[in-house]
Design a protein around this ligand. Structure first.
Ligand code: ZN
Ligand code: ZN
Length: 461
C-alpha cells in the first residue's frame, strides 16, 4: 500500500490523498483549496492523476475543504463509487449546491469585469456535476466493515468533528501481507457539543493525521463558555450587535446548542437571534434527523432546555431582503452568518454595516485561514474594503479559541497515544509551523519521528 499527498500539505485546505492498494487506486477526500486567489486558482488546475484511473473515493466529512472538488473529479471523468457516512451523504447536496452557486457567481463576476481580457470564464462546476456526485454516493455507517474490492476493506469511525465526520481505516491484503492505513480525517475535541467523542484506534501500519492545531492548546472549555457569557453581557450594555462568522455545518449548530444550554445565564431572551444562512438552516434540519449520533449530554439539553434549533427569539432568514432588513436594527441583534472565514457570504454585508462602530462586537469562533478577511481582522488590520467601501475597523473583535471543531495538541497526542506499538505517522492538514510543533511533541512524548510530507510526496504503508 502507498499513499501520495495531493493536498492539505502545509495548508489546511484541499484535503486529497491517493492510496494505491491491492491493485486499486483510491482517493481519500477531494477537497477545495481555499483562502486567497493563489490557493483557489489551484482548484482549476488538472489533478495530478487521471480522474478515471481512480477506482473508489472515500470521503471523511462534508466540509468543503474535504469534499468541494468532487464535482470537478466527476466532471473530468470519475464514475466510481464515493463512500461516506450516511449523515455526510445527507449534508453533501447542501454543501455542494452552495459551492456550485458560488462558482456560478464567481464566473459571472469575472465575465462582467473582464479584468483579464477574457469574457468566457466557466464556473468551476455546475449543479449538474453536483447531481452526478450525489448519484455516485454510497452510504456507510460507523464501525461497519465494507469490502470495496477483493482484499481491500474500509471502515469509518466517528471523528467527533461535525455530524457524520469520520476517521478512515483501510486494510489491504497484498502479497500475503496485511497492511492497515488509518486516516484521522478532521478530529473534534473531547467533549465537543452535540456529538460523541472521536473513536480511538489501536493498530495501524501508517497513520495519516491532521494537525490544524498541532502547535496549540485550546483554552479550557469552561473558561471559554464563561468568556462568551461575559462578552454577551458587555455587548448588551454597549447597545450594539454581535456578529458571529460561522461555518454553516457544525459551528452554527453548536452555537445554537450552546445558546440553548446557557439561555438563562447568558441573558439571551432579550436579544434577537438570527441564523442568517439558508445553508446553515438546512443543515440544522439534517442534524435534527440524526439524533442517534448525538451524545448523552445533547439528549439532556434537547429534552430539558429550549430546543436548540427552535429558540423562541430566533429567526431563520432565507431570502436576501430579510437578511438586509436585519441591518435596520442598530443594536440587540446576534447574527450568525457565513462564511466562517468571512471570504464570502452574508457575513460580509453585516461586517460592512457593523465593523465601523465600536459598540458592535465580532466573535471569531473558528479557524481563520491565511489570506482570508477573517484572518486579516484577527491579525488586527486597521482598514478593510467591503463592497467598494473603505471601513475603519472599530468594532470590538474577540477570538474565542476554546470552541474549535478541531482538537488541540493534547487531544491529538491522546488520539495518537491510543495506538499500540507507536505506528509510523505522517502529518497533514496543518500549516508548517503546526506540523513541526506537533512532530516535536510526538518525538518528546512517544519518541516517534513523524514525517512531514510535501505536496505529491509518497509514503509506503
Ligand atoms: Zn472539517
Ligand atoms: Zn478540514
Amino acid at each position: 500500500m502507498k499513499v501520495t499527498i495531493f493536498g492539505a500539505a502545509g495548508v489546511v485546505t484541499g484535503s486529497c490523498h491517493r492510496v494505491e492498494a491491492a491493485g486499486r487506486q483510491l482517493l481519500l477526500d477531494c477537497g477545495l483549496f481555499q483562502g486567497g486567489k493563489f490557493e483557489e486558482a489551484r482548484n482549476l488546475e488538472p489533478f495530478d492523476f487521471d480522474a478515471d484511473s481512480i477506482d473508489a473515493v472515500i470521503l471523511s466529512h462534508a466540509h468543503i475543504d474535504h469534499c468541494g472538488r468532487l464535482p470537478v473529479l466527476v466532471q473530468r471523468g470519475y464514475r466510481g463509487p464515493i463512500y461516506t457516512h450516511s449523515a455526510t451523504a445527507q449534508l453533501l447536496p447542501i454543501m455542494l449546491e452552495d459551492a456550485a452557486s458560488l462558482a456560478a457567481m464567481d464566473a459571472e463576476r469575472r465575465n462582467r469585469y473582464k479584468k483579464d481580457g477574457h469574457s468566457n470564464h466557466k464556473p468551476l462546476y455546475t449543479r449538474e456535476d453536483v447531481g452526478n456526485v450525489i448519484r455516485q454516493l454510497q452510504s456507510v455507517e460507523y464501525a461497519v466493515d465494507t469490502e470495496l474490492f477483493p482484499g481491500l476493506v474500509l471502515s469509518l469511525h466517528d471523528a467527533g468533528h461535525i455530524l457524520g465526520s469520520a476517521s478512515v481505516r483501510l486494510c489491504a491484503q497484498e502479497n500475503g501481507q496485511s497492511k492497515t492505513l488509518v486516516f484521522s480525517g478532521d478530529l473534534g475535541p473531547k467533549g465537543t457539543p452535540i456529538l460523541k467523542d472521536a473513536d480511538p484506534f489501536h493498530e495501524a501500519d501508517l497513520v495519516l493525521m491532521e494537525t490544524t492545531y498541532g502547535g496549540r492548546l485550546h483554552r479550557d472549555r469552561l473558561a471559554t463558555i464563561q468568556e462568551i457569557g461575559e462578552i454577551l453581557h458587555s455587548a448588551w450594555k454597549d447597545g450594539g450587535n454581535i456578529l458571529i462568522p460561522a461555518f454553516a455545518v457544525g459551528r452554527s449548530q453548536e452555537l445554537l446548542y450552546q445558546f440553548a444550554q446557557h439561555f438563562d445565564d447568558w441573558g439571551l431572551s432579550r436579544w434577537r437571534i438570527f441564523l442568517d444562512s439558508p445553508m446553515a438552516s438546512k443543515v440544522v434540519g439534517v442534524y435534527g434527523n440524526n439524533e442517534q449520533l448525538f451524545d448523552n449530554e445533547a439528549r439532556q439539553v434537547f429534552n430539558h432546555r429550549p430546543h436548540p434549533f427552535h429558540l423562541p427569539n430566533m429567526s431563520f432568514t432565507s431570502d436576501v431582503e430579510d437578511s438586509k432588513a436585519i441591518n435596520s436594527h442598530k443594536g440587540g441583534s446576534i447574527i450568525i452568518a457565513g462564511s466562517g472565514m468571512c471570504n464570502g457570504g452574508r457575513i460580509r454585508h453585516h461586517l460592512r454595516h457593523n465593523l465601523g462602530n465600536p459598540r458592535n462586537h465580532v466573535l471569531f469562533v473558528g479557524y481563520q485561514s491565511v489570506g482570508t478577511l477573517g484572518r486579516l481582522l484577527v491579525d488586527g488590520v486597521k482598514d478593510v474594503k467591503l463592497f467598494g467601501d473603505e471601513i475603519r475597523v472599530k468594532a470590538q473583535l474577540h477570538t474565542i479559541g476554546g470552541l474549535s471543531a478541531h482538537t488541540d495538541q493534547n487531544g491529538l497526542l491522546t488520539w495518537y497515544g491510543a495506538f499500540k506499538d507507536r505506528p509510523r505517522v505522517a502529518l497533514v492538514h496543518g500549516e508548517d509551523d503546526a506540523r513541526k510543533a506537533f512532530a516535536a511533541a510526538l518525538k518528546d512524548r512517544f519518541d516517534v519521528e513523524a514525517r512531514i510530507p510535501n505536496y505529491a510526496e509518497s509514503l509506503a504503508v
